[in-house]
Design a protein around this ligand. Structure first.
Ligand code: ATP
Ligand code: MG
Length: 445
């Protein structure tokens, strides 16, 4: 026992059908491939559930029905092994797709050497996230995460389709940069030949510059932030959906953002009905326009609710949780933030000596999804704001010099993809919305 099953190369074997294409009416012999999700051994009958990228299919080996040597071989198949099966389909009401495969040949490509420390079926996992992350690729075989990442795929496609319709051009800006985008400590230094450089914390300055050439640009790419705190909503490497639009202000890009969110929700409903059903998930209700609250009004409300918060403080999820307001459960904007809380490139308003700026955060409940604003497009203003925030304009010479050549009025936002996924899928920990999370404790796998 235990060594009948041998590993084979793929050779000339090719899959003829995905699990989703299997139906009881297929008459010919077929070949399916995937990995073993589960094995149930009832002595004289053995059920193997084979999983591939589209779903599951049942293989049924019965003593007396398939020949003895094949039956003995089937009994050695282990969960998580990668295998191929040649066989015939027949109806089976209780199996996925109403069909089962009677094997004629089993080929093991890679036999699992160990039992995985967790199950891949079912919606919830019984083990902690660190155990799962240590073996992430195996964890990602779980049906739950399969659905999460199929939905992520739709979100990204839907963003690209939406922005393409709005005449945005997709760009990729450098991730190795010479100076901080916003100043501050959150940067990862790297060696760049004989110099120090940094990983980009946002594409901000590049996407702004590109409005002078292309008007409307967007980027979907990584942002790197040395976040010293351990939270369920921060990663050291996240994916940001960034847009920048010429001849527009923050009101215009808020309108783009809310319509983009609606388009995403509708597209996921349409294309991921099976995943939503499996997750037993109802997507957030979205209705245009999203509510807008001014920062100042919100501070008043928070103070009324007994929070010790001052005008000028940042609004944290902990603080927001003290507001018992149904309208703050879904998507909404907080607009007109104190100029002092926002980066130097954000345009101060014209009233009150520019005490508040033309800025917004898109929230989902207590969680920040996106920050955006009208940007400063005049060089003298930009230099003044840099100096006020303690940044050295000289260090930004490479950026400031293009402002001598007619940078258009523009506005934009950065939307965190993983944060958006948290809102859509209702996951508590941002780590489950990314394949290989990076945080202060984790740099592998
Ligand atoms: P927070 O206050 O939540 O730390 P932030 O205001 O520092 O976020 P921004 O610089 O405004 O973040 O970045 C734009 C968006 O990028 C955020 O609204 C968020 O969705 C996402 N984002 C920023 N930092 C992270 C991070 N460390 N991990 C995951 N997403 C992030
Ligand atoms: Mg922000």
């Amino acid at each position: 026992m235990g060594d009948l099953l041998e590993e084979h190369d793929l050779g000339q074997w090719r899959r003829t059908h995905y699990s989703s294409e299997i139906s009881p009416s297929i008459g010919d012999e077929i070949v399916v491939m995937g990995w073993v999700a589960s094995v149930r051994d009832h002595g004289n009958i053995l059920f193997i559930i084979l999983k591939d990228m589209h779903g599951e299919i049942q293989i049924t080996a019965k003593k007396g029905e398939c020949d003895d040597s094949l039956f003995e071989l089937a009994k050695e198949v282990k969960e998580h092994s990668s295998i191929g099966i040649r066989g015939k389909v027949r109806p089976q009401e209780k199996a996925p797709n109403g069909a089962e495969i009677v094997p004629a040949e089993i080929r093991a490509f890679s036999i699992a050497k160990k039992a995985a420390p967790f199950m891949t079926q079912g919606k919830t996992s019984t083990v902690g996230i660190d155990t799962r992350l240590d073996l992430r690729a195996v964890d990602l075989r779980r049906n739950y995460l399969g659905s999460v990442f199929r939905i992520r795929q739709t979100v990204l496609n839907s963003v690209r389709e939406f922005l393409d319709r709005q005449e945005f051009i997709e760009v990729n800006t450098p991730k190795m940069i010479a100076t901080a985008t916003e100043g501050g400590a959150a940067l990862f230094p790297i060696f760049y030949y004989d110099r120090e450089a940094f990983l980009a914390q946002s594409p901000q300055l590049y996407k702004e510059q590109l409005t002078m050439a292309f008007e409307n640009v967007f980027e979907i790419g990584p942002i790197f932030r040395a976040e010293p705190s351990r939270t369920n909503r921060h990663l050291s490497e996240a994916i940001s959906i960034d847009i920048e639009r010429a001849f527009a202000d923050y009101g215009d890009v808020m309108s783009i953002l809310e319509r983009m969110i609606v388009s995403i929700v509708e597209t996921v409903k349409e294309r991921n009905a099976d995943d939503l059903k499996f997750l037993e998930l109802e997507l957030p209700a979205v209705e245009l326009p999203f509510p807008k609250y001014s920062y100042s009004d919100l501070i008043d409300k928070l103070q009324e609710a007994g929070e010790h918060i001052q005008w000028g403080d940042d609004v944290t999820p902990q603080v927001m949780k003290s507001l018992q307001d149904d309208r703050l459960g879904g998507f909404y904007f907080i607009i007109d933030w104190p100029t002092s809380t926002k980066p130097f490139y954000v345009k101060p308003g014209s009233a009150d000596g520019g005490r508040v700026c033309e800025s917004f955060d898109l929230m989902f409940g207590p969680l920040e999804m996106s920050s955006g604003s009208t940007r400063i497009n005049r060089k003298d203003q930009l230099v003044e704001r840099m100096s006020k925030q303690g940044l050295k304009p000289d260090a930004f010479d490479y950026h400031l010099r293009v402002f001598d050549y007619g940078v258009p009025p523009h506005a934009g936002f950065g939307l965190g993809l993983e944060r958006l996924m948290m809102a859509l899928i209702k996951v508590e920990n941002i780590r489950d919305t990314t394949l290989y999370p990076r945080d202060i404790d984790r740099l592998a796998p």
